[in-house]
Design a protein. Sequence first.
Length: 379
Amino acid sequence: FLVPEENLMLPEVLHDAGYQTAGFIGGYPLVRPYAFNQGFDYYETRFDPTSPGLKVYGSQRSAQGLTDGVIHWLKKRQTETPLFLFVHYFDVHAPYMAPEPYYGMYRRDDSDVTGTVDDTFRVKDALRKHPLQARRESLALTSLYAGEVSYVDAQVGRLIQWLRETGMLENTLVILTSDHGETMHEHPMIEAWDHGYGVYRTTQHIPLIIRHPYLSGGKREPALMSNIDVAPTLLDLLKVPIPSRMEGVSYAGAVTGAPFTPRLHAYAEATKPGADDYEDGHRWRGELKPKMVRTSSSKLMLHPKRNAWRFYDLVADPKEKRDVHAKTPVPVLEPLERALDKWIESADPLDAQKDVDEKNREMLNALGYFEGSDAPQSP
């Protein structure tokens, strides 16, 4: 649940620009103790008492309940002040147990997988030891995951339809995105039914849909973009000055049709493993974790702790199955190596501490946010 600093700054910047800011949170990782509520005038974390497939109470809010809460709040809102509204849906995380008809919408198997967090742990372990035999159960989880996606999609659609019926959509800029994807059975020796260990496309390639109220849509932009570009793009579209601290690039031109300069490189860093030998005594807690730099056609990965490199031709191998680092000429690799080195050297990390609160640890562990003792074998 680590979010780029740009996105954490966004509500405060908009608040200072005269916007009312409100956040509705669907999952425990974004609770107030982690300061995700900074910059918000209103921040609602009313989680459901129980959730299917979880052993802890009060850890998340269903997509339907979240949409209900947002609509209820908007109906009571009295001010005409411009509004920045952040709605955080959490359902497409384990457990994958959406309500019917979504739970069984894509299910075609007869395995005993039900979609609990324990199921994801069990299938993850099986994929590492017996990948061919475990594939069937992993596909069952995939169908339940797809049901969760359709369930959330329906609830997002319900919120947008309500905005349309009330006339609010006519003046509303809508941005739909995510913080990460999920690796299923694609890279089982790195991570399976998880995210954070690797920097593969399975977790790094995320959706971004921008709907501008005054411009025609239907355009698909192929330019390389990073999550840190969302905040400056939004501010640029709203004609709000972009703070110098924001390192992202505005892609407002991709929406408005104005000229813009797309980035040549995009970077990412893993958030796991969280073992002490990875995190303690370094400039920042992610210094030894896997990293990557990519262009529109290739990707270079580095695992600093193991000094291990991987290189993928994203045109010939978009699923990143064939590491061709050893076969790639040095002149092809060197520009990416220099770009990654420059990015790492530019790090200006904020102070960070480990959360030692037992309640928080119990809750996050039940949601699958704590890894086992086994670290990934390579980037």
